[in-house]
Ligand binder design. Structure first.
Ligand code: ATP
Ligand code: MN
Length: 463
């Protein structure tokens, strides 16, 4: 009996002389006199394995010679050293079973390279392409690495809710979750009657797990969440999705400097993990997607990030030679073009910007002694801009109440949050890393739609 093995394992262990079985999808077939070469991929790695199928096989003429790209097959045979150039092993087939045919007239994925735009239109088939398969493996590896990082440091993972009744950012970019009959909407004073809704109040998809993570942080010490996040922001950019995954650690007895240290260590850890575990896939991206990728990733793990305050950043931008589409003044948020100029052209490495004006940041960030800025930090990386946003949280009850009133928020909604400052309050801090943005950074993919299996963007949600 042939032993079923994944191609990645076979390439690693090279069990020459063993009878093995592989299962996968045909990439190409080339015919020679008396035999055919089949290239099969099973998703376990970028490399295909070559199969030599000769015309003594029972189904050679009526099946093997009809195999085309995309067919699924089960093949068993002897693993042998390959005499051919380009690979060192091959399988000499004893049996080729066609599991599923793929009509070559209509199968959209041919051997040639397709554009990413085209691949997006076939979301159900694109993971079979080399590049999207590679992204998929890197994403899976980094998802595992996220848990390794926090587990090694004794963090507790918290599953914060996906359906929520609190708006963390207060930005009004939330998707409402409702079972109200939209064709016959119950209304009071022209507004939907959410009291009659499923939860008896308006509920939404979460925009951040931070506030809930803070609750657990102030019981468990160090915690993190890693889950889907939803933002109904109408930004059709190469780095925004309406549904994305975010990692949000929250640390007790922690200030902004410690927060920054963890954030920097985390990014370096993820990049190093990819370098160590996804070398073959990264080599593909270096070759076809971003020629400077390898140097960029090495630069990140080998250098400390640069660090400036928001005020220094504004100063640099105002004195820059470059013309920006958006003017820069103290008090306005940095635009993507500003962020990228600073990290790509001025510092040429990841950049931490701290101490933003309180007027452009949410209520929960800790007010600095100048009463103008807050203990916030963003981490910017070349090619993308903001990858992490974080802050030390306001732990002082009076100051927090002032901020809530200053911003005109409805204080009763935040009583539970204020309770955490009334009872055993501690300095604490955290940040959010956009998972897709780090995948973009590690793979060099220009568009965020390529690094999540099923991208959701304004006007588009396939499947
Ligand atoms: P940006 O300024 O890029 O719109 P933000 O400041 O609104 O981001 P935060 O609320 O600070 O984002 O969220 C933390 C992190 O989540 C960001 O640093 C980014 O990595 C990621 N992120 C935010 N919004 C999106 C989005 N729409 N799609 C993908 N990732 C996102
Ligand atoms: Mn941010």
């Amino acid at each position: 009996m042939a032993q079923y093995q994944r191609i990645a394992q076979i390439i690693k262990n090279k069990p020459v002389g063993e009878l093995i079985e592989i299962r996968g999808w045909l990439r190409t077939r080339r015919d020679s006199k008396g035999f055919s070469f089949l290239e099969v991929n099973d998703g376990s790695c970028l490399a295909n394995i070559q199969i030599v199928a000769d015309d003594t096989l029972a189904n050679y003429a009526d099946e093997i010679l009809r195999l085309s790209t995309g067919c699924s097959v089960k093949i068993s045979g002897l693993l042998a050293q390959s005499p051919a150039k380009g690979q060192d092993i091959e399988i000499q087939a004893r049996r080729v079973e066609v599991v599923g045919w793929a009509d070559p007239e209509t199968y959209p994925l041919q051997k040639k390279r397709h554009s990413f735009e085209f691949l997006r239109e076939i979301a159900h088939l694109r993971p079979r392409s080399n590049s999207l398969g590679a992204v998929t493996r890197v994403r899976s590896a980094l998802s595992f690495a996220v848990h390794c990082f926090f587990n090694e440091r004794g963090f507790c993972q918290i599953h914060t809710p996906i359906i929520t009744t609190s708006d963390c950012e207060g930005a009004g970019e939330m998707f409402t979750v409702t079972t109200l009959d939209l064709n016959n909407l119950a209304q009071t004073n022209g507004r939907p009657d959410f009291e009659k809704d499923f939860f008896g109040r308006q509920a939404s998809l979460t925009v951040s797990g931070q506030l809930e993570a803070e609750i657990y942080c102030q019981a468990m010490g160090n915690v993190y969440t890693f889950g889907p996040t939803f933002r109904a922001e109408n930004s059709n950019t190469s780095r925004h999705l309406a549904e994305f995954w975010m990692i949000e650690p929250e640390m007790a007895f922690c200030d902004l400097n410690q927060d920054i240290e963890v954030a920097q260590a985390f990014i370096k850890y993820l990049v190093q993990y990819a370098l160590d575990n996804c070398a073959e896939d990264l080599a593909l991206f270096s070759k076809f997607v971003d020629k400077d990728l390898a140097a960029k990733l090495e630069m990140v793990v080998n250098n400390d990030f640069a660090r400036i305050t928001y005020s220094e950043a504004v100063d640099r931008l105002q004195h820059a030679e470059k013309l920006f589409a958006f003017p820069v003044e103290w008090g306005s948020d940095l635009q993507s073009e500003h962020e990228r100029y600073l990290t790509e052209e001025v510092f040429k490495r990841p950049l931490i910007v701290t101490d933003y004006p309180k007027t452009i940041k949410p209520f929960y960030m800790r007010v600095n002694d100048d009463n103008k800025t807050v203990a916030a930090m963003d981490i910017l990386v070349p090619g993308i801009g903001e990858i992490i946003g974080g802050s030390q949280r306001e732990e002082r009850l009076e100051v927090l109440i002032n901020r809530i009133q200053e911003l005109g928020l409805n204080q009763p909604d935040y009583e539970w949050y204020l309770d955490l400052r009334r009872y055993g309050s501690v300095p604490h801090a955290g940040f959010g890393l956009g998972f897709e943005r780090i995948i973009q950074f590690v793979t060099g993919m220009a568009n965020i739609r390529e690094v999540i299996p099923f991208p959701r963007t304004p006007g588009s949600a396939a499947l």
